[in-house]
Design a protein around this ligand. Structure first.
Ligand code: NAD
Length: 367
């Protein structure tokens, strides 16, 4: 099989971490016989500098013609004061929209080797944290009608939370399908005791659930969900929720796993093409120093293998290789903590170690 992968290295640490993820994809390619063809394209700050826009048309065309898009991160202080439509983040919103990516999948997993980095009490975290947040990405209050006016009491402003049944149905299906690959439980988070849009959300999710009888469904109000994430995170498998609730809850969930440098994400649409990126930004404060943690991007590449290329076993193997590398005591500075029993390594050394562990595992499988 031959797959086309568009690569947006981006700004700051983007090029450094993407290079390590490509190392890992190359190991998978050499052991599975599939051919990966990478096309490097511009987006974000570098695109602005070289073409005058954050998302050149050529980038959109190449991404549309690819099986998957691997992204490092975009942005940095150099471009912070530009008008909204010229900011690097406009490139990010533009590419998601151009590719019709409406589902954002963010796993929050606490790797046993990094248990010390979890800010929760060991008794709370000891059940393990392994949840997947499925956030609706293109609807809701972030895209609803908004405005400002001056009324009887002076200045006022409004934003509108609006969802169609179709938008809810398609994100619910993504969540149920994801749950079928995992522990078969979906928690649908809403505010149905107050919001009409949430009541529609709940009705539609229950309708969709009928098509997935093997998956357990529970409803949870968003305020309770925010509490349960820190009280009993081990109870969650897949959580599905709206754009704004997902934005907030996924940051809360990522915090309890300890390090921003560890967490991947996938943005998916109707087909198999997706965009895969770490949840962190371009970390301009450490760019060019060779100390960025590449594991979130490597784990994003694992999601790319799973969701866009259908290479589930290889995705599992990459995730195990990351866990093994951490078990062996290797750490980039951001996850080194204060323990004496770890070896602090560079971005490239971490990538090399994961690649070596992956090669060993895939070779053993062939044998
Ligand atoms: P950030 O995530 O880039 O950095 C926050 C802190 O975490 C920094 O101290 C950084 O050094 C550290 N960090 C982040 N990733 C790391 C890694 N892989 N290894 C080690 N340490 C890591 O957030 P920020 O500083 O708020 O934003 C910096 C720039 O990134 C801004 O221009 C912002 O707009 C942009 N940004 C881009 C994306 C994206 O491309 N999807 C997402 C968020 C922020």
């Amino acid at each position: 099989m031959k797959y086309k992968i568009a690569v947006i290295a981006g700004d700051g640490i983007g090029p450094e971490i993407v290079e390590e993820a490509i190392k890992i994809l190359d190991v998978v390619a050499s052991h599975t016989g599939c051919e990966l063809e990478y096309t490097h394209v511009l987006m974000g700050g570098r695109a602005l500098d070289e073409t005058g826009v954050p998302l050149p048309d050529e980038t959109v065309e190449i991404c549309k013609a690819s099986d998957a898009v691997l992204l490092g991160a975009v942005g940095g202080p150099k471009w912070d004061n530009l008008p909204g439509h010229l900011r690097p983040e406009a490139g990010l919103l533009g590419i998601r929209s151009a590719l019709g990516l409406y589902a954002n999948l963010r796993p929050a997993t606490l790797m046993p080797a990094l248990a010390d980095a979890c800010p929760l009490k060991p008794s709370v975290a000891c059940d393990g944290i392994d949840m997947l947040i499925v956030r609706e990405l293109t609807g809701g209050i972030y895209f609803g009608k908004r405005g400002r006016s001056v009324g009887e009491d002076g200045e006022e402003a409004f934003d509108t939370e609006r969802y169609t049944a179709k938008e809810i149905e398609r994100i619910a299906r993504v969540a149920f399908k994801a749950a079928q690959r995992r522990r078969k439980k979906v928690t649908s988070v809403d505010k149905a005791n107050v919001l009409e849009s949430s009541r529609l959300w709940r009705e539609v999710v229950h309708r969709v659930a009928k098509d997935f009888p093997d998956v357990e469904l529970e409803d949870m109000l968003v305020d309770n969900a925010a509490m349960q994430i820190v009280r009993a995170p081990g109870r969650f498998d897949v959580m599905v929720t709206s754009n704004m609730f997902g934005d907030i809850l996924s940051d809360e969930a990522s915090m309890i796993t300890g390090s921003i440098g560890m967490l991947p994400s996938a943005s998916l649409g109707d087909g198999s093409r997706g965009l895969y990126e770490p949840i962190h930004g371009s970390a301009p404060d450490i760019a060019g120093q060779g100390i960025a943690n590449p594991l979130a991007t490597i784990l994003s590449a694992a999601m790319l293998l799973r969701y866009s290329l259908g290479l589930e076993r290889e995705a599992d193997a990459v995730e195990r290789a990351v866990a093994k590398t951490l078990d062996d005591g290797l750490r980039t500075p951001d996850i080194a903590g204060s323990s004496q029993n770890v070896k602090v390594v560079s971005t490239a050394e971490m990538g090399d170690a994961v690649a070596k562990s992956l090669k060993t595992a895939l070779t053993a499988r062939e044998g």
